[in-house]
Design a protein around this ligand. Sequence first.
Ligand SMILES: *[C@@H]1O[C@H](CO)[C@@H](O)[C@H](O)[C@H]1NC(C)=O
Length: 365
Amino acid sequence: MAPGGLFGTAAAAVVVSLAVHVLLNCPIQPVPSPPPPTAGYAPNNLLQGLEKLGEEQLSGPEDVYVDAAAGGTLYTATRDGWLQRMQPNGTWERWRFVGGSGLLSIAPSGDGSMLVCDAYKGLLRVEEGRVTILASTVEGSPIRFAEAVIEASDGTVYFSDGSTRFGIDRWFLDYMEDSSTGRLLKYEPSTGKVSVVLDNLAFANGVALSQDDTFVVVCESWRYRCSKLWLKGDKAGKAETFIDNLPGSPDNIHLAPDGSFWIALLQLRSPWIDLVTRWTFTKRVVSSFPALLDMLKETGKGAMVAQVSENGKIVRVLGDSEGKVSNFITSVTEYDGNLFFGSISSNFIGKMSLAKVPRVQDVVS
Ligand SMILES: *[C@@H]1O[C@H](CO)[C@@H](O)[C@H](O)[C@H]1NC(C)=O
């Protein structure tokens, strides 16, 4: 056989074995990804100036809640299964033990307990000495990835289930597959009933209520947008876009004191990620090799958060474009003129004075 023929045979063997590997091992059934967002904001690295709270005591504090009535006691849930809090005088305390490694968003309940999303177990109510699972299934389907929660003043609890396909350990596969199986759910404490409010969401993530509970917002990470569902008024029951074309994948969203919202924006884009997610074929191939998928995930660097007005316009943007201080900010909360940043990949909560953050001047579109 001529050397060229030998090369051809070897190349064919590689292609065939690759195809067989992908056929046997591909964990996703990908659909085409949407085009990346086009909005550009003059980049800044304001987030690099944040102050670190609780450094090294906190493992992956994904979300932050500040209790204004208690003078600013700050709460977070960490990877070691604890709800931890910082008193206004700066003292940290391991407050309530829940267990597990999947604690994400937290929100206060009117009865004094804390509502917590456990990515593995569902929606929890945490009281002194007691943890209750409020919801682990909805209409017969498991809640695979409880993400974020908020309680309305009438006691209704809204929370999100990121995906029915992949849990927290395989979230990047959900990004690759992009099959929009996320849901906004509702829990009614008087009856214990859990129901689906909105479905087919491209990773249902942050959930927030507007002032006076006029509408509820849910963010769709893989669509760079958040939707709102009207709860009161003429449009009650109708859903519409709250904001789209966000400069990142929205994670948690929190109401600010002035009625605007703060949204953490994951920076999951890179030239490599953009290339791979361009075709379902390449998504299939890369997803079939866990090491390759991890390498791809690591190419997305940086952190960003944005303030969005009540009518869905970006007001402020803060970034850490190189990921120098923080790579994966997952929540931002405003209290008393300061911003507090949670991050599932950091060992601290960030703090920054809002006075240092200018409003958006130059929107490049
Ligand atoms: C901080 O405040 C807490 C709660 O009021 C108190 O128990 C603690 O002793 C205080 N710590 C310091 C160092 O003042």
